[in-house]
Design a binder for this molecule. Structure first.
Ligand code: DX5
Ligand code: ZN
Length: 237
């Protein structure tokens, strides 16, 4: 059985009927709901906040149980908004180390708020912060585009960083037995998802590749099925 997870980003969904879009992707086999939060400050775009997360929470149900809402914060300051998202029903809260003055403190704050933690690395950001805080990280997110917009092209250099992150995470798992997820975000398509998996990713954000390719009935079994079939050619994880 595949342990790969697919996390459709609602950034490319139809915002006039977000609840239905969330229900439809989960029905079609999505694992996580990726929730992109942008503030027109840390990134040059403005999206949604805790109110929308809370409104979507009851729609994010998979096989009768709550599905993971994977919140990707592209905001500064980070700490102010963390408890609000925890209260709104987020499961994972990820942030960019550049956006927090005290990365270790923010990780602790997320855990204390009852959520899992994620650290996000932009295309030009090295991974060295990670090595010092691995005990407090549950997910590493490698950006394969510059954050701010859906529908951009995958930056191939991200493959090398994924492999580097995979090696760090596997060595950490050997030492401690603890699993850290390795997620990739930006430009993931049917055409490149297998290569991205081979580089080491186990969790795949896909915005335009899913919401931009609905079935005739408005569902998403088609695009999710194609992404899964491409992953099935990789095996492993
Ligand atoms: C970009 C966002 C992504 C984006 C991905 O800043 O973090 O999650 O929605 O969209 P695609 O898959 O279209 O590149
Ligand atoms: Zn994202």
């Amino acid at each position: 059985m595949s342990h790969y997870r697919i996390a459709p980003s609602i950034l490319s969904a139809d915002f006039s009927r977000l609840g239905e879009e969330v229900r439809n992707v989960l029905l079609a086999g999505a694992d996580f709901i990726h929730f992109d939060v942008m503030d027109n400050h840390y990134v040059p775009n403005l999206t949604v906040g805790p109110l929308v997360c809370k409104a979507l929470r009851p729609h994010a149900i998979k096989d009768g149980v709550p599905a993971v809402i994977d919140v990707h914060l592209m905001v500064t300051p980070v700490d102010r908004i963390v408890p609000d998202f925890a209260e709104a029903g987020a499961d994972i809260i990820s942030f960019h180390p550049e956006a927090s003055y005290h990365v270790d403190r923010t990780l602790t704050l997320i855990r204390d708020s009852g959520c899992k933690t994620g650290l996000v690395f932009n295309p030009a950001t090295p991974l060295n912060v990670l090595e010092h805080v691995m005990d407090r990280v549950d997910l590493v997110l490698i950006m394969s585009v510059n954050p701010g917009f859906g529908g951009q092209s995958f930056i191939p250099e991200a493959l090398r960083k994924l492999a580097e992150a995979r090696a760090l995470i596997d060595a950490y798992h050997e030492r401690t037995g603890r699993t850290i997820l390795l997620e990739v975000d930006g430009g993931v398509k049917v055409e490149n998802i297998a290569e991205v998996a081979r580089a080491g990713a186990d969790t795949f954000v896909a915005g335009s590749a899913v919401f931009g390719a609905p079935d005739l009935d408005g569902g998403y079994r088609g695009p999710l099925g194609k992404l899964r079939s491409a992953l099935a050619t990789v095996g492993g994880r």
